[in-house]
Design a protein. Sequence first.
Length: 565
Amino acid sequence: MFYLIYAPNTPQEKAHQLMFGVNTIGRCTDNTIAIADESLSRYHAEITVTNDRLMIKDLQSLNHTFVNQVKIDQSELQNGDLINCGNVELKFVQKINTTPKTADKASSQQATVSEPDDQTPIAETIIKQFSTEPSRFKIQDLLDAPGRSDSLLRISERASNQRNVDKLKILLEVSKLLSSPEEPDRLLEKILDLLLEIINVDRAFILLVNETTKQLEQKAVKLRVGIPHENQIYSKNITNLVYKNGNAILTRDACRDHRFNESESIFVQTIRASICIPLKPREEVIGVLYVDNLSMSNVYSDEDVDFLTGLANQAAIAIDNANLYKKIEAEAIIRNKLERFFPEPVRKKLREEGNLGIVDTEVTALFADISNFTKMSSTMQPRQVIEMLNEYFEVIVEEIVFRYEGTLEKYIGDALFAIWGAPYSKSDDPQRAIQAAIDMQWAVRRLNQKWVQQGKQPIQIHIGLNTGKVAAGNIGSEKLIQYATIGDTTNVTSRICNVAQAGEIVISQTTFDQIKNLNWPLEKMPLVEVKGQDKPLQLYRLMWNLLPSQFSPVGDLANSAIFQR
């Protein structure tokens, strides 16, 4: 057996067994080893287990994979290797020792109370293990159809003390059965199924409060075998009284209770004995549980009310949890949709700080625009234009800007504006931005080959890059914000993009100063006057077609072969 030890030598340490074949690691739940850590990519790395060796492969992750502090694309694993995926540390071991070492009695007693050292296998710190499998106890084991003459609980005839123990056992089992998240409708059915199994009632209803109208609404009903299905009219007088005052009601004979003289349902259906209990998981009543008997009066005892109250409390908690679970699911969907309006670095910063204040920082900005787009789009249907832009942006942004850890600031029609250096900065931000621009041009070539084969129009893009100071942060009102950079650097980048011709990458002097020692093929251009600038700009044309497309994890770009030319 082979294992990955998550967070080795920490209180969070956990062992994951590796299966024969491919084992994936990432933050998505469908990975073999799923770890909820923001530094992990959705599918970060994979480990392939074969008869003769184990290989780990990075899946082009954003934060890369390291084995013993060395960044890898693929590597063979040896026993004891330390693996880092983003901020997550894992240790590969060939086996876990499940047998404690032989030791004398005194030393073994001491071992149970002392802290384990860094070399102690996990199993050697275990004192005792317990099964977490569900118990084999079944509610039916404690039930007897007739029950006791003075109670409608179907608990077998036993001594008083044992009967109390049995009731607690049943309520505990009910809580277990209601603890797993379920669809609210199915949960309500389960509650009533359990209720009719445990206690002799003719009818059982669950009514919940409508959050809008604040009125009780019938949500589930269960009838004893033999009760006609059309007989589903409950006493609104009783249920509303319980809802308003929050106290349980036991009626010995509702037909004789003067409080309900105006209740037509009580007399039409000859409701005799009934119990109505508020569903109150916290301070607020969320509904009521109502049971009754249509033929016999004085059939419910105080014991029945106490037990049913305990069951109702379990039901209320389960219903409340189910509703919260649905709300969380709905909010997660909405949040996911809203978060798509923010690039990943901004989402990460928001999660860390809750708010993005305005900061002064240096960025390398990139404008990319489709050449002659207005003329081209005039010959296409609007839907065709949108489909083309979506396919183009998916490649340019998802596969390139984000791969090189840039922040997409905005789309401007057919153009995009991205920055490197905010909200997070790296020492090689200018190199990342330029490599992204190179890959964009190569990506457009590949898209054109595909589109021409499909009978679609090819495109060309022109790109401008500039490095300088900006103010970066959330800009807008309290209800509608956008992460943006403001400053002359942004304006100049747009002007440089306009200078670039179709298929060109043009960079500013400030960007050139950042990468001039990398010996890229650059052509110095004549001074160019642009709108909004008092002095002409010195620009450089990058001969990107002399450089290969990278499309691989960045790592230390300055040390890669492409930057040594």
